[in-house]
Ligand binder design. Structure first.
Ligand SMILES: Cc1ncc(COP(=O)(O)O)c(C=O)c1O
Length: 440
């Protein structure tokens, strides 16, 4: 069995997977519930009744209990391998031992800090982030979450250009804060009367002409693109498209913002996914996996032009928890592990393993219509407009948690962990095969 349930935690070396530490106290005990039913009832009453019932009705009765490596154990004991990873939050596994140690060591000395002052943590992390981008970057503005960092990116681009309009892609998702939600698909913004069509324009992916027509109005502050759009089901940018977008933006005085919240941090085999497309962004936004699933932290990495406001009035943007020092401690270690050549080697080897395994499955099961893949960014398109929902449900029963793409329910987002062992990858492929056989 790939996941022994006792023994000490191992080092999280790439390809070695993890062993599981026996929990001494259950999650239900931790929060004072006698049963899963009691906790669900409280969640329905005091938290979000719609969400609680949606998952139950759709056959995913998940309430996460123990979590280690790439395995989740429901509080009722059902085990699944996590191939959703909360959008890449757990790229390096749940409770990665090296990251847990980094956080607990830091807790001996520091807390979140005070955002008004310079700190060693923010200095170290901002330097590491600037150096991680091959394009000439200059400064980092921290945030608590991806949407907040997207807001920073938009504000920086507006300050730099003196323009207001932002162009994004149809079916984009960049977060749920004021500006980030308005930048994405109106499904999330119009519901709260928070859409701003006069400030945010959407064009289809791979339609360069549509983008050029918008840029030609010479009022665009920035083009913002998620390098491989996750919520749209990972449709792939055509060769040369992103570089042409960046060139066109520059020619019209607009900035290029690369949203790498989901697809960055090593998932494509490159630390940043845009680097494979010969793009030089003005701003890179990262989040999710940056905090290793242990401490929320996100960042906008800015070049000189985008960072100009920091010289004029660096007090103009603040956040109490933005760049919290505990988050900096975890994130510097995340970057170190992610940049380790051994991690890249493991990602490349897993990429080939999933590519071969999934192609063989596609040959056997006609319901799997298309495989979209760049490294460990994988979208599986199934028959029918809601095809991935049925697969998501059956996968959960068979032992894998992967989520359907919200804006295209025919596509299953399939995001295996960067540190999986090849045995674990085999197990995942076998479960997918078994699941599609069961769905017949
Ligand atoms: C591409 C992308 N950008 C931004 C965000 C927003 O991040 P957060 O939920 O941390 O605010 C998300 C979240 O799913 C995302 O997928």
């Amino acid at each position: 069995m790939v996941y022994p349930i006792d023994g000490p935690l191992t080092d999280a070396a790439p390809g070695r997977g993890f062993t599981m530490q026996l929990a001494t106290k259950s999650v239900l005990d931790l929060f004072g519930f006698d049963s899963k039913e009691d906790a669900l009832e409280a969640a329905r009453t005091y938290w979000n009744p719609y969400k609680v019932d949606w998952w139950l009705e759709n056959g995913i009765p998940m309430m996460i209990g123990e979590r280690n490596g790439y395995e989740l154990v429901d509080v009722d004991g059902h085990r699944v391998i996590d191939v959703h990873l909360n959008g890449g939050t757990y790229n390096l596994g749940h409770r990665n031992p090296q990251l847990v140690k980094r956080l607990t060591d830091a807790l001996e000395i520091i807390d979140v800090g005070n955002h008004h002052f310079p700190s060693a943590g923010r200095a170290a992390l901002s330097r590491a982030l600037v150096e991680s981008v091959s394009a000439p970057m200059s400064k980092v503005v921290f945030a608590s979450a991806g949407g907040e960092a997207i807001d920073v990116a938009i504000k920086s681009a507006r300050w730099a250009t003196g323009r207001r309009r932002i162009v994004t892609l149809v079916s984009a998702y960049h977060g749920n804060t004021g500006l980030s939600v308005a930048a994405g698909d109106p499904k999330n913004s119009a519901f709260f009367l928070s859409d701003r069509p006069e400030e945010f324009t959407q064009v289809p992916l791979n339609d360069l002409l549509a983008l050029q027509n918008e840029l030609a109005k010479d009022d665009v502050a920035a083009v913002m693109i998620e390098t491989i759009p996750a919520t749209a089901g990972f449709p792939m940018p055509e060769t040369g498209y992103l570089a042409a977008v960046a060139d066109a933006a520059a020619a019209h005085g607009a900035l290029y913002i690369a949203d790498e919240v989901q697809v960055g941090l090593g998932r494509t085999g490159s630390i940043w996914a845009f680097a494979k497309h010969n793009v030089t962004p003005d701003i890179v936004v990262t989040g999710k996996g940056l905090g290793g699933g242990l401490y929320p932290i996100a960042a906008a990495i800015l070049n000189d032009r985008a960072a100009g406001w920091l010289l004029q009035d660096g007090m103009a943007h603040n956040g109490t928890f933005a760049g919290a020092e505990l988050g900096c401690a975890v994130a510097t270690e995340v970057l170190r592990i992610t940049s380790d050549p051994a991690t890249k080697t493991n990602v490349l080897s897993l990429t080939g393993q999933f590519s071969d395994g999934l192609a063989a499955i596609k040959d056997r099961h006609s319901m799997l219509r298309e495989i979209r893949q760049d490294g460990l960014v994988i979208g599986l398109r199934f028959d029918g407009p809601r095809g991935a929902v049925a697969v998501m449900r059956e996968l959960y029963r068979q032992g894998i948690w992967a989520i359907a793409a919200s804006y295209d329910l025919s596509v299953l987002q399939f995001k295996p962990g960067l540190l999986l062992s090849s045995e674990e990858a085999d197990t995942i492929v076998n479960i997918v095969d078994k699941t599609l056989r069961a769905l017949g």
